[in-house]
Design a protein. Structure first.
Length: 486
C-alpha cells in the first residue's frame, strides 16, 4: 500500500516524504522487512526510538515516532500518539475489515471470555460464520487458529480481522481489555455492539486505582468507538456508564441480586439450578422466554443477560437466542467440572477477588459436602488483592490450599505469604507445587465434596522467571483420574 494511502485520516508531520509502497507493518525492529514501516513505541519497559536506526538498517522505508526526526534516505512521520496512529494505520493497511462484519466487543473485569463464547453460539444459531478473539485464543467457527493476549496488538488484530473476512466470517466476538483500551489497540476498529459486564478490583499494578481502571473501560462506550451498547445495572460502574453514554443502549439486571431490577430493559427472574444446568425467565422489550443454560454459576445468568441484550440489538429473535445459549455446553477453563470418585473438581480461571467469590459461591450451591479451595496469585501484578482473596477463600471455603499461579519474577513463597495474611480461623495449607497441591486436595476430599482449582483455567503454562513451562490443571486432574481407574 502506498504510504499516502496509509496516512489517510492520520494527523502527522513528515520529513523526507517519499510515497513508497509499504510492504508490512511492525513495532518490533527485529521483524522489519525491506519496504516495511516501523512504529517506534515508547513503552513502559522498552523505548522503540532506541531501535529506529536498527529498523532502517533492516530496510524500513518509513518510521513513525512521537519525535521530530530528520534522517536522510527514509521518511520519518511525527505523530502525537504512536499507539493510536499504529491502530488507525493498521486499519488502513488491512482495508478496514470491520466494516464488512458485525463486530461485538466485550469488556469488564470478569465474564469477557464466557460472554464471547455465548455470543458466538447465538450468532452461529442465527446463521453467521463467527470469529472469536480473546484469552483462550483466536477461533473461526469453533476451530482454534492461534493463541494470543486477551486483545492482540493492533497490527495482528487487524490482520486477524482481515483473515476472518477473507474466509467468509460475518461476525466477530472480541474481548476488549482495559489495557487494550488504554493502549489504543482498538482505535482502528468500529465496534457495532459493545457489552459491559462488570468492574471489580484487578490490574491496579498498571492503573494505580479503580477510577483509572474504570475510565479505561469507559473508552469503548464513546461514539468514535462503538455504535450501540449493553450495560449491567447490577454493577455500580455499569449503571454509571449507562447514565453517561450517548449510545443507543439496553440494560440488564437479575432480580435475585438487585432490588432495583425493574430499572433494566432485560430482567432475569425465577432462577433455578441443579448439578448440570440452570434455568431462568427473561423478560425483554421483545418478549419473554424460559432460558436454559448448561453452564453453571449465577454469574453465567448475568453473562447470558448481556448476550441476550447484544443479540436483540443485532436483530436476532429471542427464540434463536434461546437456542444458541442452550447449545453452548462448555467454555474451556470456565467452571469445567470433573468427577473424581464422587468428588467434584471444578477448574476455573477466576483470578480476581470477585471472580474467586463468585466461583466459590457457585460451588457451594451445588455441593452437599465441603468446599476445598486451591488457588494462588500472579506475581508482579496487583499485590493488594492477594490478602483480599485469602479472606474470601477462608470465608467461603471449608479448607484452603495456597499454591502457585504465575509467579513471574517474584518468589512463590512471598506471594503465598501475602495471600496468607487474609486467611482467617479456618484451616489451610501452603503447597507451592501446584500439582502436589491438587493431589493434596483430592486426597483429603470425601465423596460429595467439591474442590475448586482457581486462577489458571485453560492456561497452558506456568510463567516463572521469564520461562513459560507447559502446565494445565486439566491434565493433572485427568492424570489422577486415570491413576484411580487402574
Amino acid at each position: 500500500m502506498k504510504l499516502s494511502k496509509l496516512l489517510e485520516g492520520i494527523d502527522a508531520e513528515c520529513n523526507n516524504f517519499e510515497d513508497a509502497d509499504i510492504k508490512s507493518l511492525t513495532h518490533n525492529s527485529k521483524e522489519v522487512e525491506n519496504g516495511g514501516l516501523f512504529f517506534a513505541i515508547e513503552g513502559t519497559k522498552v523505548n522503540g526510538c532506541e531501535f529506529i536506526l536498527d529498523a532502517i538498517a533492516s530496510g524500513a522505508s518509513a518510521v513513525v515516532s512521537s519525535k521530530d526526526l530528520n534522517i536522510s534516505g527514509v521518511t520519518t512521520i511525527k505523530v502525537d500518539d504512536v499507539r493510536e496512529a499504529m491502530s488507525k494505520m493498521s486499519a488502513n493497511f488491512y482495508g478496514h475489515p470491520d466494516k464488512d462484519m458485525l463486530i461485538f466487543g466485550v469488556t469488564g473485569t470478569n465474564g469477557k471470555t464466557t460472554s464471547t463464547y455465548m455470543l458466538a453460539s447465538v450468532l452461529k444459531e442465527a446463521g453467521h460464520k463467527v470469529g472469536v478473539i480473546g484469552t483462550n485464543g483466536v477461533f473461526l467457527n469453533g476451530v482454534k487458529l492461534d493463541s494470543n493476549l486477551t486483545t492482540p496488538d493492533p497490527i495482528y488484530l487487524l490482520k486477524t480481522l482481515a483473515f476472518f473476512k477473507e474466509k467468509g466470517a460475518t461476525a466477530v466476538c472480541m474481548e476488549v481489555s482495559a489495557h487494550a483500551l488504554e493502549l489504543q489497540k482498538t482505535r482502528g476498529i468500529m465496534t457495532d455492539i459493545a457489552l459491559f459486564t462488570n468492574l471489580t478490583q484487578d490490574h491496579l499494578d498498571f492503573f494505580s486505582n479503580m477510577d483509572n481502571y474504570g475510565e479505561a473501560k469507559a473508552k469503548l462506550f464513546s461514539k468514535d468507538m462503538s455504535k450501540m451498547a449493553v450495560f449491567n445495572l447490577d454493577d455500580d460502574f455499569g449503571k454509571e456508564l449507562f447514565l453517561r453514554t450517548d449510545l443507543p443502549a439496553l440494560t440488564y439486571s437479575r432480580e435475585r441480586v438487585n432490588p432495583n431490577f425493574n430499572d433494566a430493559n432485560i430482567i432475569a427472574s425465577n432462577e433455578a439450578h441443579n448439578t448440570s444446568s440452570q434455568t431462568f425467565t427473561v423478560k425483554t422489550p421483545v418478549g419473554e422466554e424460559e432460558i436454559e443454560l448448561s453452564l453453571l454459576g449465577g454469574f453465567n445468568v448475568s453473562n447470558a443477560l448481556g448476550v441476550i441484550g447484544a443479540g436483540i440489538l443485532a436483530g436476532i429473535d429471542l427464540e434463536t437466542i434461546k437456542r444458541g445459549l442452550k447449545s453452548l455446553q462448555k467454555v474451556d477453563g470456565r467452571f469445567n467440572s470433573y468427577d473424581v470418585n464422587g468428588i467434584r473438581v471444578v477448574i476455573d480461571y477466576a483470578h480476581t477477588p470477585d471472580g474467586l467469590c463468585n466461583i466459590l459461591k457457585s460451588a457451594r450451591e451445588i455441593t452437599d459436602g465441603r468446599v476445598i479451595s486451591v488457588f494462588g496469585c500472579g506475581g508482579n501484578r496487583d499485590r493488594a488483592k492477594r490478602s483480599i482473596m485469602g479472606k474470601i477463600s477462608s470465608d467461603l471455603a471449608d479448607y484452603t490450599i495456597v499454591t502457585t499461579d504465575n509467579p513471574r519474577y517474584e518468589r512463590p513463597e512471598d506471594i503465598a505469604r501475602d495471600v496468607a495474611l487474609g486467611l482467617t480461623e479456618k484451616p489451610y495449607s501452603v503447597e507451592l507445587d501446584r500439582k502436589k497441591a491438587i493431589r493434596l486436595a483430592i486426597s483429603m476430599a470425601k465423596e460429595g465434596d467439591t474442590i475448586v482449582l482457581a486462577g489458571k483455567g485453560a492456561e497452558p503454562y506456568i510463567d516463572m522467571l521469564g520461562v513459560k513451562t507447559p502446565y494445565e490443571d486439566r491434565r493433572v486432574v485427568e492424570e489422577i483420574m486415570s491413576e484411580l481407574k487402574k
